[in-house]
Design a protein around this ligand. Structure first.
Ligand code: SF4
Length: 200
């Protein structure tokens, strides 16, 4: 099965203390079940420490925050949990972000979330090779998504390529291009929700 990654995927490295907007504050770090169970089973002082750092509400488990920052955030920009116990003890979302993994069934894609400043910088630095390349790595995660129509998925990939090509048309005004792309996507979404094959 094909695994495609954004061409600069492996270049990402967290800015840690130099990050202008750390992802360790401003939101709840929601847990995956595996990490939660690991914390519940952890013996000794570490177990007490881990369990006292989490909160459970409405079926969601997350880290307590202090001054709206993750309780493990250190002023040097490092994660105390990672530094003292290791990366394996971090919740899945912390180990992954800003990497984005999507297994579509017949292929998988890996890219970076633009909400991370360093990922955004890489996108801008790589405007000339803003494309997916084949990766030899194995896909280690489950298929996720609701689309079972392979031909529609293929069509969406081709549409994306066509839209990216449009962005590079230097003879046209960028604002017009983006307005047009948003309009196209709205129409595609509307026809998809209505169960129609798209008109493009
Ligand atoms: S937002 Fe990105 S660069 Fe900043 S701390 Fe998080 S992962 Fe690192």
């Amino acid at each position: 099965m094909n695994l495609n990654e954004i061409s600069f995927f492996k270049e990402f490295s967290c800015m840690i203390k130099d990050c202008p907007n750390t992802c360790c504050k401003g939101w709840r770090v929601i847990f995956d079940e595996e990490t939660y169970q690991r914390y519940l089973a952890e013996p000794g002082k570490n177990g007490i420490r881990l369990r006292s750092s989490i909160k459970k509400m409405n079926e969601e488990v997350y880290f307590r925050t202090s001054l709206k920052r993750c309780t493990f955030y250190e002023k040097e920009g490092t994660c105390n949990l990672q530094r003292t116990l290791g990366t394996d003890y971090m919740p899945l979302v912390c180990r992954m972000y800003p990497r984005f993994y999507q297994h579509y069934g017949s292929f998988a894609e890996e890219t970076l979330f633009l909400s991370c400043p360093e990922a955004a910088r890489l996108f801008l630095e790589h405007l000339d090779d803003l494309t997916f390349v084949k990766s030899d790595r194995e896909i280690t995660y489950e298929r996720w998504g609701t689309n079972d129509d392979e031909s529609y998925l293929q069509w969406l990939c081709e549409l994306r390529e066509a839209m990216i090509a449009e962005i590079w048309d230097e003879t046209r005004n960028r604002a017009d291009i983006f307005a047009e792309l948003v309009a196209v996507m709205k129409e595609v979404q509307t026809s998809c929700i209505a169960g129609e094959k798209s008109v493009f």
